[in-house]
Design a protein. Structure first.
Length: 287
């Protein structure tokens, strides 16, 4: 007779815990089924983000052994076809290029400063896939804006050589823009990002000559074009940027409802069994 109470009660507890797991798991990009499939795309993206961060840390501390191990893990993730369904083809190609550059640098034994920037790009790209609109690369808007303002000030300085000062400042702007290139591609800004890099390269060609041979009007127009390109990349109300890169399509959650109904039914059976047990303990009927 006790089995009428114990069995439904255990089932009720199991389904209640399952329902809670489905609800809490629904916050992940894989929806309410993420906790059942630990090897799903979202968890693979988490692993890639952790690996890219570890690779950057190893490069920053010049730990070549750790960097080589993390690079091997990252290369395996880059070959995952399920992961490549997210983001954009241009972004994945850029990550492959940076990973290959890091591999060549590790094999040839070059200084860490020569391949650190590649690990930064890899980290930015993985973070953009994971966090969408809240990714780290969006914080570079202020940095790039400050760079272009400093570049204009260097170009308009009266003392010294403004061309040399502008070239030095432009180099810093180019480095900062290159760091977010992969992340911007994953966010759907491939065209705008290419435009920015081409305009920076064009400004560099204009500043290659001596001060007497550089056209002031062309440089002014080029710097203004760079500023506009930066603003176009970080447009706040752009629909592509408002949606996370890995946002899943809206789907139903039948498992949550099934577990919830199972919990209610098990609870009712437990209550009914307990009432019958109180009325007739051990199935003995009093005369």
């Amino acid at each position: 007779m006790k089995s009428r109470i114990i069995i439904p009660f255990i089932a009720c507890l199991c389904m209640a815990m399952g329902t809670a797991g489905v609800v809490w798991g629904g916050a992940s990009p894989e929806g309410s089924y993420a906790f059942l499939f630990s090897s799903g795309p979202y968890h693979q993206l988490e692993r890639m983000d952790e690996t890219a961060t570890a690779l950057y840390t190893a490069a920053y501390t010049n730990n070549r052994q750790a960097a080589f191990a993390e690079l091997q893990r990252l290369n395996k993730l880059l070959d995952n076809e399920m992961l490549r369904s997210y983001g954009s083809a241009d972004g994945w190609l850029a990550m492959e290029h940076d990973a290959a550059a890091v591999g060549r640098a590790l094999s040839s034994g070059v200084k860490d400063s020569l391949w650190l920037e590649h690990t930064v790009r890899l980290r930015m790209g993985a973070d953009a896939l994971m966090n969408g609109r809240a990714a780290l690369w969006h914080q570079y808007k202020t940095l790039l804006t400050d760079d272009i303002n400093m570049l204009k000030q260097a170009w308009k300085r009266q003392a010294g050589d403004p061309v040399a000062a502008a070239r030095a400042t432009l180099q810093g702007l180019n480095e900062h823009a290159a760091r977010i290139e992969t992340a911007a591609m994953f966010a759907g800004d491939s065209i705008r990002m290419r435009e920015l890099m081409e305009r920076i390269a064009y400004a560099g060609r204009l500043l290659e000559g001596k001060q007497s041979t550089v056209s002031k009007t062309e440089v002014d127009q080029s710097l203004e074009a760079i500023r506009l390109a930066i603003n176009h990349i970080f447009v706040e109300d752009k629909q592509a940027a408002a949606v996370p890169v890995i946002a899943p399509p809206g789907i139903g959650q039948p498992l949550k409802w099934a577990l919830l109904l199972g919990t209610i039914i098990s609870g009712v059976l437990t209550w009914t069994g307990w009432r019958k047990y109180k009325a007739r303990p051990y199935g003995v009927k009093k005369l």
